[in-house]
Each structure stands twice: as structure tokens, then as C-alpha cells.
Design a protein around this ligand. Structure first.
Ligand SMILES: O=C[C@H](O)[C@H](O)[C@H](O)COP(=O)(O)O
Length: 237
């Protein structure tokens, strides 16, 4: 990651916390290197007393640990069933603010938390902006370990190049939910995300895929120039 990308992620994350988070909110806390800056900013503003009475549901064990270390109060779905706002990163953002997520392996909990949130602010650097989903990042598909071997040929039959995600040691990567992940490469990008989402999620053994269609309400983009640009979903006519 270039220096500008790290600065752009921080700029987007700080902007999102400063413009969208208010005292008293119940938050969804996403996962990844950009969300790390969100947590940093939340902790700073809690310490100064600028923000009060906020708490969040983390979308991964990594986010839970980081938030706890920073003193950000955490909740679970035992405590609340809906959230005011979810802030999360993304691997791709298209012109309609549809997303691919999950390169950090947290897609299942991220989608559950996003679906329980009244709005979703996505924080990215400008390298994540794409004209078409599937052109920059593979689509992660989380599957149960039982029968994981059955999915590869099926995914290939959809015209996809699936690669089982592995650790640096060559072992299959295991998600926080105890599942495996196929990273699915689309040679021409994803032409019809809704059809792909329905087909993949209808397959027995598939837990979830990384397409987030219609979830993002705002996308905060940190630019290489140092500027921050905010995109919102188009208002309905
Ligand atoms: O599973 C991981 C998440 O979807 C992340 O939000 C996504 O991969 C973006 O991560 P980062 O901010 O590190 O690029």
C-alpha cells in the first residue's frame, strides 16, 4: 500500500466519524485497515468527551480486539437489534455504490451488521472506485467446510475462476465463523451482480458472498490529492 493510500484511508475514516457519528449512536464497526482509522478517531473523540455514549457491534474478532484495546464500548445483538449507522471499508465501489467486500474475510458478519443498520457509510481510498464490480478484486464466497470440495467445479461452470483462500503457510484460511473462502475471479468483471448474488447464495453450503448491493448510503473517498469526496445514493424520484 502506497503512502498516499494510507493517508487517504485515514482522511476518509476521520471525515466519516466527524460528519456522520453523533453521541448516543449504536454503531456497526466494520473490518480492515481503513476501519482501523475509524476506530482510532472514535477513540480520540471519546477521550476528549466530544462524543459520548456510543457503542458498537464489531464485525470481526480483529475489530473487537482493536476496539476493546482503544476503550470503545462493544455490544452484541443480545443488547440491540438495530443500529443507527454502520461504518465499513470495501474492496470495490461501483457508480451505483454497490460493493465487493470480504478480502479481510469478514464478509458474513459485515453483511449481517450492515443489514441491521439504518445507514451504511463506506470508507475507501480512491483505488477502490471501479466502473464495474469484479474488475479490481475477486468476489469472496464463504462456504461451510463440509463439502467445500464440491464448489470449485460448480463455480467454474458459472465462468468464474475460484481460488481457495490460503494462509501464508499454505493452509486453508478459516474465517471467524469457522468456514473457508473461495476468491472468485470474473475474467470480464461481474455483468449482472443481482443474478450472480442470487445464484451463489442459492447453492447449498454457501454461507454468503461479498456482493453488497443497495447497502451503502454514503461513500467517503480519500483521494490521492488529499481531498475527500462524498458520494450518496441517488434520491428516489
Ligand atoms: O473482510 C474485510 C472487509 O470487507 C474490509 O472492509 C475490506 O476488505 C476493505 O479492507 P481495507 O480497508 O483494509 O482495504
Amino acid at each position: 500500500m502506497g503512502d498516499w493510500q494510507s493517508a487517504a484511508k485515514r482522511a476518509a475514516a476521520y471525515y466519516a466519524v466527524d460528519h456522520f457519528v453523533q453521541s448516543g449512536m449504536r454503531l456497526g464497526l466494520g473490518t480492515g485497515s481503513t476501519v482501523a482509522f475509524v476506530l482510532e478517531r472514535l477513540a480520540q473523540r471519546l477521550q476528549t468527551g466530544d462524543l459520548r455514549d456510543i457503542a458498537g457491534i464489531p464485525t470481526s474478532e480483529a475489530t473487537a480486539q482493536r476496539a476493546q484495546a482503544l476503550g470503545i464500548p462493544l455490544l452484541s445483538f443480545d443488547d440491540v437489534q438495530s443500529l443507527d449507522l454502520c461504518i465499513d471499508g470495501a474492496d470495490e465501489v461501483d457508480p451505483s455504490l454497490n460493493l465487493v467486500k470480504g478480502l479481510g474475510g469478514a464478509l458474513v458478519r459485515e453483511k449481517i451488521v450492515a443489514s441491521a443498520s439504518r445507514s451504511m457509510v463506506v470508507v475507501v481510498d480512491e483505488s477502490k472506485i471501479v466502473p464495474k464490480l469484479g474488475t479490481r478484486a475477486p468476489l469472496p464466497v464463504e462456504v461451510l467446510t463440509f463439502g467445500w470440495q464440491l464448489h470449485e467445479a460448480w463455480l467454474r461452470s458459472l465462468g468464474v475462476e475460484p481460488v481457495l483462500r490460503r494462509t501464508a503457510q499454505g493452509e486453508p484460511f478459516v474465517s471467524d465463523n469457522g468456514n473457508y473462502i473461495y476468491d472468485c475471479h470474473f475474467p470480464q468483471g461481474i455483468d449482472d451482480p443481482m443474478r450472480v448474488e442470487a445464484a451463489i447464495n442459492n447453492r447449498p453450503g454457501v454461507v454468503e458472498n461479498g456482493l453488497f448491493l443497495g447497502y451503502a448510503t454514503q461513500v467517503v473517498i480519500g483521494m490521492e490529492s488529499g481531498d475527500v469526496v462524498v458520494k450518496r445514493v441517488a434520491e428516489e424520484a
